[in-house]
Design a protein around this ligand. Sequence first.
Ligand code: FMN
Length: 259
Amino acid sequence: MKTTLFYFSGTGNCLKLSRDLAKELKDASIVFIPDAINSDIKISSECIGIIFPVYCFGAPLIVTEFINKLKLDKEKYVFVIATYGGWAGSAIAQLEKQFKNKGIMLSAGYGFVMPGNYTPFYGAIPTDKQNKMFDREINKIKKIAPLIKERKISKLEKNLPFIDFSVTRLFKEIIVPRLHNEDKGFWVDSRCNGCGVCVKVCPVNNIELRDGKPVWLHKCEQCFACLQWCPQEALQCGKNTPGRKRYRNPEVALQDFTE
Ligand SMILES: Cc1cc2nc3c(=O)[nH]c(=O)nc-3n(C[C@H](O)[C@H](O)[C@H](O)COP(=O)(O)O)c2cc1C
């Protein structure tokens, strides 16, 4: 394969986008970052893509940890794609800087607005609005795939630097490093029947069942897969999620997250 797409995803937007891009590129393989992070990552592909959801205006901790571990030659063509619900903050600039510190130039960085999945703040948006986003996603994939195939060096899609130095910096430097512990906000209501789906979908094995109920182990990536995939909608976070509409990308299945 000429291209390897490494992705992280809790509710499927990044997985769906990775699949769409792989289809256009034709010679790409897709690798889930949690499956690769603890192995000796040998990359023979000449082109590497990192596809990730924006969390708190930055990249998820597991994504930055993965990039830290990556051993890449300078000749590789590297690009990133951020999916986000409304404001990507400085996520792309953050990864540009991280790669630069490793002596690697980021050749392209694209942002895709996709349905948001942060249920403590909002429920899933209506299906018609989601579908418009998915159509835009497909169109943009068709535009960027030829650029990636040509190994084109493009201007990174990122926010203005002054934004980076204000709000987003606060999030990146103060809130994001604490995210592993933020699973203390999760709980289950009386509908929890101990089915264990939350245990299976957690990409970092952060949940176990004790006395038939989930317990979180404080290495959370905050992907919200546990909450979004709970078949009973019994899994909650804080006080605002009961009754809020859950979100999962309609093109992905539970098996995609459990196999
Ligand atoms: C913990 C958390 C934090 C998030 N922070 C942001 C954010 O700062 N800006 C934004 O636009 N979207 C934010 N989102 C929304 C996701 O980036 C977006 O829904 C993404 O497409 C989800 O990808 P996935 O379906 O592959 O997991 C956040 C979601 C979560 C779960």
